[in-house]
Design a protein around this ligand. Structure first.
Ligand code: XMP
Length: 308
């Protein structure tokens, strides 16, 4: 059994010994792994760790504000809004793997700029055990935004041997808020893998709003504790609907709400019908561009968790 306070003490020593007076950067996404790693490393390095939060324009509603609020007082925090740069490169790109590649490449470019600016020698990463144990034979190129290949930075991975539940216990010991520690896993490329087809500002906004509705309703009913991930997918299928007495032609949105232990397999649990209906009604009434909501009932395998 991991003793969080012993682990923290030992890690702080190890990080100090490795980095000394050098400067280090970490890509802080607000996900549990990078959050815990940032705060842990800050304890060892103080302001010599610069935690860089890159907004790629594909984040969820309220996410930027939440991450800024949580971390600006906890670490030497640097917010980089690169959303325009990402969206420009993603213009007219529909293939999911191509989207991932572009997002990874632009991320590296943006991150590299910051690392050079602050004269960093070390790159701290929130790699955890499943990231390297399971990193071979993945169906999709993934998973975490890639390591900056062009950068000559020495790597430090303080939680490399830990599993998710252990990382969470370290986070609790470090006083991180529950909404960060128990945040549902969110893919590095963000809404890009939840939007089938082109990534326009309009389509990103539709997907973001639909996702926010799913999260609000699931969390209101406290179903989030039972679910691994819950989200909405914006498809490129247009379907006929009716608004008032007029024919309407809008998007099909799919709800994906799954249980899983490790994302390797997943299943779709039976959820209260009233919740599903509320989500569906809210999406079609609050997002005029959507005419139809469908529920995904496919497990993994044969499906994957994300649609793209
Ligand atoms: P799939 O869709 O492969 O997803 O069943 C398994 C888990 O991985 C997440 N996922 C990603 N995470 N970059 C990430 O950081 C990605 O490109 C990516 N694609 C999928 C997905 O959310 C699920 O938890």
């Amino acid at each position: 059994m991991l003793n969080p306070s012993d682990f923290i003490k030992k890690s702080i020593e190890d990080i100090k010994n490795t980095v000394g007076d050098g400067k280090a950067v970490i890509a802080l996404s607000g996900g549990v792994d990078s959050s815990v790693t940032s705060v842990l490393t800050q304890k060892a390095l103080g302001d010599n760790l610069i935690a860089v939060f890159v907004n790629h324009g594909l984040l969820r509603e309220g996410e930027v504000e939440q991450v800024i609020k949580t971390f600006e007082s906890r670490v030497n925090f640097k917010y980089v809004d690169a959303s325009e740069e990402f969206l420009k490169e993603l213009h007219n790109v529909s293939d999911p793997e191509e989207k991932r590649k572009i997002i990874g490449d632009v991320f590296i470019r943006v991150f590299e700029r910051v690392a050079k600016d602050v004269d960093a020698e070390y790159l701290v990463q929130g790699t955890i055990a499943p990231d390297w144990i399971e990193s071979e034979g993945k169906i999709k190129t993934h998973h975490n935004l890639a390591l900056p290949k062009g950068l000559v930075l020495k790597i430090v991975e303080p939680v490399r041997e830990l599993y998710k539940d252990e990382v969470r216990s370290i986070g609790t010991e470090l006083g991180l808020p529950e909404d960060i520690i128990y945040r549902q896993p969110y893919p590095g490329p963000g809404l890009a893998v939840r939007i089938i087809g082109a990534l326009t500002k309009k389509r990103i906004s539709i997907c973001r709003k639909a996702n926010a509705i799913v999260c609000e309703e699931i969390e209101k009913e406290e179903l989030n504790k039972e679910l691994w991930q819950y989200f909405a997918v914006l498809t490129d299928t247009k379907v006929t609907g009716v608004k008032g007495d007029q024919r309407d032609f809008g998007y099909l949105v799919v709800l994906r709400m799954i249980e899983s232990l490790d994302a390797m397999t997943a299943n779709v649990p039976e959820l209260p019908w009233s919740v599903i209906q509320t989500i569906s009604k809210r999406i079609t009434s609050e997002i005029p561009e959507v005419t139809h909501v469908a529920l995904s009932i496919s497990d993994k395998p044969p499906s994957t968790i994300e649609f793209a």
